[in-house]
Every structure is written in structure tokens, then in C-alpha cells.
Design a protein around this ligand. Structure first.
Ligand code: SAH
Length: 218
């Protein structure tokens, strides 16, 4: 393994293990989620200059005004979608640097990930290639429309804050599937949506702070 991947000092396995201990203290209980977050080197997803802060409990800039989500939020959203029922196909809206994508890829059969900013998508592609994560399909598109050709999805994760849940995404969720989406403009919260045979059940969960879900491509 290259030293860039294995890390040293503040990017070492020991630092990552401290992050896992903290996630447990914060209430993350799913061992599969904790294992994967212990295995995926978060530091390779951020700029070299910020690598020493990659395991801190905060969001960090990844360029183009976007951020990599804080470890707790990544763990929490992943747990909400995977606990008790490892998903087959997953749709992620907002690839960013590809960290959350890689975590989802290790816990499911296949991940489809959509990003509207091409330079970020290229970065994410490079990052996951370096880690040899193979079961991800990237798409440069506006996530509001989802990926109809890949539907239905067992799980959908939106990683930017929406003002409403795009109807296309609801339609692409399998019956029995779960979707987690940050909602709101000022005050935001996580919304968990489950598709049942007869409709959709929605639950309002944690207060969060995400960059906005925007329209169009760049
Ligand atoms: N999961 C990412 C978080 C990135 S921040 C990570 O771990 O790095 C949110 C991302 O959503 C940004 O990259 C932003 O460009 C993207 N985004 C915002 N609106 C979008 C849209 N309508 N379609 C696709 N991606 C979008």
C-alpha cells in the first residue's frame, strides 16, 4: 500500500481509530458502518494541506464552495440507510469528493452517484480509483432528476440541502426502500423517507448544516 493511502501521524490508522471511538461515543452503533469508516482513508479525499485535519469532527472545504461532510453526519446518514438491511442499489445525489460514495459502495452492491460540478466529479473519480473501489457509476447531471435508467434504488442519499423532496427521487425509490435528505434553507434537519406499499412515511430527525442543492450543471 502507498504511504499516501496508509498515512502517517495525523493521517495514520491510529488517528482513524480515534475517530471511530468518538463516533461510538456520539451514538453510532452499527458495526458494519464503523468498520468501513475505519478502513476508508478519509485523508486522501481532502487537499494535502488539510490532510492533518481529515479525522477531526468537522466538515472541510473540498473546493468550488463545497465541503466534505463531518464524520458523524456521514456515519449517521449511512447508518439510517443501511442498518438492518444492507441495500443492493444505492443512489447518491452530490458526489463531492467521493468519500461518502466510497463508504456506501462498501456497504452495498452498487452505487450510482450524481454531481453537478464536473471538476469535483473528476476529483472523486480519481480518489475512488486510487482506492480501487469498483462498484460506483458516476454521472454528471442535476440530481433533481435522479437516474431513471438505474431505478429502482433500495436507498437514496442526498448530501445537499433541499427545499422540497424532488418527486423524481421519490419515484425512483423501491418499495421498502429508504431515502435520507437534508431539508430546509435556514434551519435544516434530516428527513428520513420510507416507501411503503401504500405511499411514503416521513420522519424528521437531527438538525444539520449542508450546502444547498442547486439546479443546473457547471
Ligand atoms: N457527499 C459529499 C458532500 C459534498 S457537498 C462528500 O462527502 O464530499 C454536496 C455536493 O452536492 C456538492 O459537491 C455539490 O456540488 C453537489 N450538488 C449540489 N446540488 C446538486 C444537484 N442538484 N445535483 C447534483 N449534485 C449537487
Amino acid at each position: 500500500m502507498s504511504t499516501r493511502i496508509s498515512g502517517i501521524g495525523m493521517t495514520s490508522q491510529r488517528t482513524r481509530l480515534r475517530m471511530i471511538t468518538r463516533l461510538r461515543e456520539q451514538g453510532i452503533v452499527d458495526e458494519a458502518v464503523l468498520n468501513v469508516m475505519n478502513e476508508i482513508p478519509r485523508h486522501i479525499f481532502v487537499e494535502e494541506a488539510l490532510a492533518s485535519r481529515a479525522y477531526d469532527d468537522c466538515a472541510l472545504p473540498i473546493g468550488f464552495g463545497q465541503t466534505i461532510s463531518q464524520p458523524y453526519i456521514v456515519a449517521r446518514m449511512t447508518e439510517l440507510l443501511t442498518v438492518g438491511k444492507p441495500p443492493g442499489k444505492v443512489l447518491e445525489i452530490g458526489t463531492g469528493c467521493g468519500y461518502q460514495t466510497s463508504i456506501l459502495a462498501r456497504l452495498s452492491t452498487e452505487v450510482y452517484s450524481v454531481e453537478r460540478l464536473l471538476p469535483l466529479l473528476s476529483k472523486a473519480r480519481r480518489n475512488v480509483r486510487e482506492l480501487r473501489v469498483m462498484n460506483i457509476r458516476f454521472k454528471h447531471a442535476d440530481g433533481h432528476v435522479g437516474i431513471p435508467e438505474g431505478a429502482p434504488f433500495d436507498a437514496i442519499m442526498v448530501t445537499a440541502a433541499a427545499t422540497h423532496v424532488p418527486d423524481a427521487l421519490k419515484q425512483q425509490l423501491a418499495v421498502g426502500g429508504r431515502m435520507v435528505v437534508p431539508m430546509g434553507t435556514g434551519e435544516q434537519f434530516l428527513c428520513l423517507i420510507e416507501r411503503t406499499r401504500s405511499g411514503f412515511a416521513e420522519k424528521r430527525l437531527d438538525a444539520v448544516n449542508f450546502v444547498p442543492l442547486l439546479s443546473g450543471l457547471s
